[in-house]
Design a protein around this ligand. Structure first.
Ligand code: AKB
Length: 316
C-alpha cells in the first residue's frame, strides 16, 4: 500500500496521473491543487484532495501528515515559453517549490518524483541521440530550473538518503488536459485543429525536430521509475526517455494520411522557435532501458489514430 500526494494534480500530467495512480494503488492518492485550479468531476469524486501550493512548505507538510504520505509526485511547473516571460515565477515554482518539497520529504521520509525535461539541454549538447550524461547548459529559465532541480534532487539522495527519482520528459501529447505555455504544445494543438476541421497555424518552423511522447507512455514511465528496484539504478535524476522524434511536416503528413482535407500553414513564433532550436532533436534512452526496463509502446502512427478518434468523439 502506498499513500501518494500529487502536487499539481489538476495540470496536464497530474489530471491523468492521479486517476491512474488511484487505479494502480490502494491507499490514499491525494490530489494537491492550488486555488483557482480545484479538481472537478471524476478527479474530485474518486479520491481525497488538499490545498497544496508548492510555494507554501507548511501546506505540503500538513498534507503529508494528514494522509500519512510516503511518496510525492511533484508536478508543479511553469512550462518553457511562459517561463521565459515570467522567469522569477518560474524559479519560485520550479526550484523554490522543489526545495520545499525535498525538505518536507527529508523530514518526513517520503520518496519524490520530479520530472525533468528535454529542456534541461542546450548549447553544446549533442543534438542527435543526446546521451544520458552530457553537457547541460540551457539558456532558458525553464532549462536552468530543470538542471538545477536534477542536481538538487541527486544531492538530497546522496546527502540525506531521500529516494528521489526523475525522467526527462519530451513534449507530451494527450487528448485529456491541454498543456499551457510549452514549446512542444503545437504537437497537441495540431490534433485539436484536425478534429475540429480547422486549418492549423504552426508556430514551429518546418525541419525543427523534437522528441515527443504519447501520454499513456509518459504516465507509465512515471509509475515504473518509482517502482524500479533501487539496487539497479546507477542514475536517478534524471533519466532520458524517448519514444518518437518528428518535425511539424512529419506530423502534418501523418494526420493527412487519415484526414486528407486537413491543412496547415507556418507562422513561426520567434520565442518558441529559438527555444526549440536550442533543444535536442532526439534523446538516447539506453540507460532507462537497461536500469529499469523502460520501453515505449506508442509510435506516431498509433498515437495519431488514437488522438483523432478520441478528439473527434468529443468535437463531433
Ligand atoms: C515544454 O515545451 O515546455 C514542455 C517540455 C518539453 O518540457 N512540454
Amino acid at each position: 500500500m502506498k499513500n501518494i500526494l500529487i502536487i499539481g494534480a489538476t495540470g496536464q500530467i497530474g489530471s491523468e496521473l492521479t486517476m491512474l495512480l488511484r487505479k494502480h494503488y490502494q491507499g490514499n492518492v491525494v490530489a494537491g491543487y492550488i486555488t483557482g485550479a480545484e479538481p472537478k468531476g471524476e478527479l474530485k469524486d474518486s479520491g481525497p484532495s488538499a490545498l497544496v501550493d508548492i510555494t507554501n512548505p507548511q501546506q505540503i507538510a500538513d498534507a503529508v501528515d494528514q494522509f500519512n504520505i510516503d511518496t510525492i509526485y511533484n508536478l508543479a511547473a511553469i512550462l518553457s515559453a511562459v517561463a521565459e516571460k515570467k522567469p522569477q515565477l518560474a524559479w519560485k515554482i520550479g526550484l523554490g517549490g522543489l526545495y520545499n518539497t525535498l525538505e518536507v520529504a527529508r523530514e518526513k521520509h517520503c520518496a519524490v518524483f520530479t520530472p525533468s525535461s528535454i529542456g534541461s539541454f542546450g548549447g553544446g549538447t549533442p543534438k542527435d541521440k543526446t546521451p544520458q550524461d552530457t553537457i547541460q547548459r540551457p539558456k532558458t529559465m525553464y532549462g536552468v530550473t530543470k538542471v538545477a532541480g536534477e542536481l538538487l534532487s541527486d544531492y538530497y539522495f546522496t546527502r540525506f538518503g531521500v529516494d528521489t527519482r526523475s525522467v526527462r520528459f519530451p513534449g507530451l501529447i494527450s487528448y485529456v488536459t491541454p498543456p499551457g505555455g510549452g514549446t512542444t504544445d503545437y504537437a497537441v494543438d495540431i490534433y485539436y485543429a484536425a478534429a475540429k476541421k480547422e486549418k492549423f497555424i504552426c508556430p514551429i518552423a518546418q525541419g525543427t525536430y523534437m522528441d515527443m511522447m504519447y501520454m499513456p507512455d509518459a504516465l507509465r514511465a512515471a509509475i515504473e521509475i518509482m517502482e524500479a528496484n533501487p539496487d539497479k539504478l546507477i542514475h536517478r535524476n534524471s533519466f532520458n526517455i524517448a519514444s518518437m522524434s518528428f518535425e511539424p511536416d512529419t506530423i502534418y503528413k501523418k494526420i493527412k494520411e487519415y484526414r486528407p482535407d486537413f491543412e496547415m500553414e507556418y507562422q513561426v513564433d520567434p520565442l518558441r522557435q529559438a527555444i526549440a532550436e536550442s533543444w535536442p532533436n532526439s534523446l538516447d534512452d539506453t540507460c532507462a532501458r537497461e536500469e529499469w526496463g523502460w520501453l515505449p509502446k506508442y509510435d506516431l502512427d498509433a498515437m495519431t489514430r488514437d488522438m483523432l478518434e478520441k478528439l473527434e468523439k468529443r468535437f463531433g
